[in-house]
Ligand binder design. Structure first.
Ligand code: KG4
Ligand code: ZN
Length: 331
């Protein structure tokens, strides 16, 4: 079965083609227009999707050496995400579904991030814990079987990626914050400020990052503009350590709680090398195996949506043509 996956939930326009579970192409166009605003501007995101979805689709077909008539099913993200952005992908999926006379299925973006692990590790099977960690989400999910999910912990305020972005903005480092903070932290050779780890009390699986952001702000006020500029790399490193520490501790806790031996990571923050290394080191010490997808499968992409869609479409499960975006869709 040849399936087209479409992902437009936030600021990446992506289309991918799979044949059965085999990936044939995965094209991702990341919107750079938001950098000048220090965050994603929803209206610009939808306008940019409108411009890019045609060329991205064309490239995905060309890279797979297929024409649109070869597609047998469509999987499209219908939430969570920005309403206007989701609408672009949904409308294209519906147009193709009607004109080609093929089925369409709406996919939960978070379910896509879970399936992304299977793209990089084809033998992966549940049960496992996934940490979904991106600009919009931070949650640990117990994947009991494909399709059977239980959210064990989630952020009470900011997502971890959002905290990276807000701290980068505060330090005037640009957007998105994650890559630049990771790079700066790597350059640090000094001791780091001791930033707080929130909600670490025993048994708690939820996350909170807004207090950490405020602690970084207070630190910059204490040391002043010059002190901040001179210590950017140690502030970045201390902040990153605090985020990683909490993410790793809570994810391992979640795995122990439900007695599973595998942990997967997904979402844009999952490309962070310090997170990967720390999760691997501490996880292995606790007797757990740790996996993460390759970098293009961590970020938002059509391939993970196509693979999730394959699981539905091969069982004949489809969505009605009236499917609407659900911006706050849960797992
Ligand atoms: O999954 P994603 O591409 O989009 C969604 O938010 O759904 O994730 C983007 C987020 C941004 O907040 C960005 O700062 C963060 O992932 N990010 C990183 C790194 N690269 C991207 N965070 C930490 N370290 C990184 N290297
Ligand atoms: Zn995402």
């Amino acid at each position: 079965m040849i399936i087209l996956g479409i992902e437009t939930s936030c600021d990446d326009t992506s289309a991918a083609i799979i044949k059965g579970p085999e990936l044939l192409s995965n094209i991702i166009s990341t919107q750079l227009i938001h950098q000048q605003f220090g965050g994603i501007v929803p209206e610009l995101a939808s306008r940019s999707h409108i411009q890019m979805i045609g060329p991205v689709l064309r490239q995905a077909l060309d890279a797979a050496s297929l024409s649109k008539r070869d597609i047998q099913g469509i999987a499209v993200t219908y939430g969570p995400g920005l309403a206007g952005s989701l609408l672009v992908g949904l409308c294209v999926a519906k147009g193709l579904s009607i004109s080609l006379g093929i089925p369409m299925v709406g996919i939960n973006h978070l379910e896509g991030h879970i399936w992304a692990n299977k793209l990089s590790h084809p033998t992966l099977e549940p049960p496992f814990i996934t940490l979904i960690v991106s600009g919009g989400h931070t949650q640990t999910v117990y994947v009991k079987s494909w399709r059977e999910y239980q959210v064990l912990g989630r952020t009470r305020d900011d997502a971890a990626g959002e905290a990276f972005d807000k701290v980068a903005k505060l330090l005037k480092l640009g957007f998105p914050g994650g890559p630049v903070i990771e790079k700066l932290a790597r350059e640090n050779s000094n001791s780091t400020p001791d930033f707080p780890r929130a909600m670490m009390d025993k048994g708690n699986l939820d996350f909170s990052f807004s207090g950490l952001k405020t602690a970084v702000l207070n630190h910059t006020l204490d040391v002043g503009v010059e002190g901040t500029q001179q210590n950017l790399s140690s502030i970045a490193s201390g902040f990153q350590e605090a985020v990683v520490d909490v993410l790793v501790e809570k994810t391992i806790r979640a795995a122990k709680r439900v007695k599973v031996s595998q942990i997967c990571i997904g979402g844009g923050v999952a490309v962070n090398k310090v997170l990967q290394r720390t999760m691997k080191e501490r996880g292995q010490k606790a007797g757990l195996s740790i996996l993460w997808p390759e970098a293009t499968m961590c970020m938002d992409n059509g391939a993970m949506i196509a693979l999730a869609g394959y699981d539905y479409l091969k069982r004949g499960e489809t969505s009605p043509i009236s499917l609407s975006p659900v911006p706050s869709l849960n797992l």
